[in-house]
Design a protein around this ligand. Structure first.
Ligand code: PGA
Length: 253
């Protein structure tokens, strides 16, 4: 059963999340991390950078795989997830360049790119800890609501609601890519440990649907009910409603 932790605010969501990742790296310095982008993980990355600067954390042996990337954006496009990761984390810690894996939004053969990404994850020994955010529409990575769960890393058409949600990072809706490359549901579920972070009232309905209802590919995040080691860290605005409706979920926190 998932473990739920309520933090006092967005910053503390990041602090607790960074501590969980830090514990993982201390336990296994050559950890394989699955990483996420978006507004939610920014404070978490700030806390990881602080722990690195304080000499508490060493990323020299860490390998990383990012959840997703926009199709059609080059690595140096300011809104690419390559650029996001570089700015918020990689340029500030001692991770080795060759240990960073992010799907290439400009790949000539995206399907082949997705396949070799899966192979790289296997070669690295699988993901030890996967960090996830949750979309307003219940996506994880860019696994959008659909009639079936798509297992492996794949190319996906972004829904209007995702493009609308991410429009704030672009100057117009037209500039938001219409497709992305994303880890699949099986790729995510194969991680040994999952850390899902969320904050704000606008994520409350999504997390409630995820854990109060049956598992449904229209609610991609609901698949996490089947994962044996999930920790959900969110603020009161995001998790308070779930706690009210299902206090037993929080019994172990
Ligand atoms: P956000 O995105 O952190 O910017 O809200 C989360 C997601 O879409 O997975």
């Amino acid at each position: 059963m998932a473990k739920f932790i309520i933090a006092k605010d967005h910053n503390q969501v990041g602090e607790i999340g960074a501590q969980i990742i830090s514990d993982q790296i201390k336990l296994k310095p050559a950890s394989v991390l699955g990483l996420a982008t978006g507004s939610t993980p920014i404070p978490l990355y700030q806390h990881l950078v602080r722990l690195y600067q304080q000499g508490v954390l060493d990323f020299a042996a860490v390998k990383s795989f990012n959840l997703d990337e926009y199709a059609g954006l080059s690595a140096d496009h300011p809104q690419s997830y390559h650029a996001f990761m570089d700015e918020n984390l990689f340029s500030r810690i001692n991770i080795a360049k060759e240990n960073i894996h992010i799907l290439d939004g400009l790949a000539q053969d995206p399907e082949q790119q997705c396949q070799s990404f899966e192979e790289e994850i296997k070669k690295a020994g699988g993901i030890d800890l996967q960090l996830l955010g949750i979309g307003n529409n219940d996506h994880i990575g860019f696994n959008e609501p659909a009639s079936v769960f798509i297992c492996d890393t794949h190319v996906v058409d972004l829904t209007d609601s995702t493009r609308e949600a991410n429009r704030r990072f672009f100057s117009s809706l037209e500039e938001v890519p219409t497709q992305a490359l994303t880890m699949g549901i099986r790729t995510i579920m194969a991680a040994r440990k999952i850390l899902l972070i969320l904050n704000g009232q606008n994520k409350a309905a999504a997390i409630e649907k995820a854990f109060l209802n049956v598992i449904d590919p229209q609610v991609p995040v609901s698949i996490l009910q089947l994962h044996p080691d999930v920790t959900v860290v969110g603020d009161e605005a995001a998790l308070g409603g779930l706690k009210k409706q299902a206090p037993s979920l929080f019994a172990s926190s």
